[in-house]
Design a protein around this ligand. Sequence first.
Ligand code: SF4
Length: 350
Amino acid sequence: MSRLDLLSLLPDELEALARRLGADPYRGRQLAAWLFKKGVYDPQAMSNLPKEFRVRLGEEAFVGVPEVERVTRSQDGSQKVVFRLADGARVQSVLMPDRDRLTLCLSTQVGCGFACAFCFTGTMGLERNLTAGEIVGQLAAVRQTLEPEARVTHLVFMGMGEPLANYDATVKAVRLLTHPDAFGYSPRRITVSTVGLVSGIKKLAKENLKVNLAISLHATTDEVRERLMPVNRSWSLEDLLAACRRFPLPVRQRMTFEYVLLDGVNDSPEDAILLTRLLKGIRAKVNVIPFNDWEGSGFRRPPLQRILGFQATLQEHGITATVRWSKGEDIGAACGQLKELQIAQGLLER
Ligand code: SF4
């Protein structure tokens, strides 16, 4: 039998494991406290666990905290962290400070199979899914690199890969992050981003996770969206927005729509007006993201005036719109900028 990754187990599952290994079930809770609260990952260092149980844990389980291979600091304060997973595959996170917040952007897949035209990750294809333990392991690893008083306050599933294409691991990771006896984050501090997988959005609607949802929209017509995002051939804008309208948003929460502005492609005043119409009936806010240039992309960032004009039109129509100047441009950690180790949307949520 393959060894279990303790980081992928919820507190109840750790209790069941303790029982199976011949220990009292409450030892599972103690184990959870070491892993998730104290950030201790070596069973031999968990001093209140009986020696016999620690030995059995060593035989049957491991703690899959990815190795931090490299940290690159940007002038704007953000940090790109490259992780090496157990099989040698690499993913990365971006850590973004903003006033009293510290947001960590998590990856859910090695590579991505959705091939969005403006995104570097899309050029590498999908290598494999991450496990739930590998997803939360990025947080566990980053915590070890922080100053004692620093704490990651917000988590966004916006790194490498499409979270809803790795549905079960993503949902399990959210449960680990929000369980009071695991990482204990409020779901309001977690955002799951999707390219618009309607089947996944419908399934997620039934999970009652109460997390924020961010939709990568990026176009106002099916024709342009299909060109930018092949996923639109499977689910049209109409299908996507219908699923968004039915998504059970917690009170006072709004759905985020990401819109990468590409010069001459989707940035006209007519696009802005169309966008306001598309979002009618949805408690929405829009993140307007000026494109981050990368060599060979074939796209350009629009001039500043057009970016601000696009935002102003949305606001005039009563839609909260924020221009997101992606963090970490100088270290290649910004949205759509990297190749083999790329973060799709290194964005700060407000
Ligand atoms: S934008 Fe997201 S879904 Fe599209 S190719 Fe990049 S990582 Fe994949």
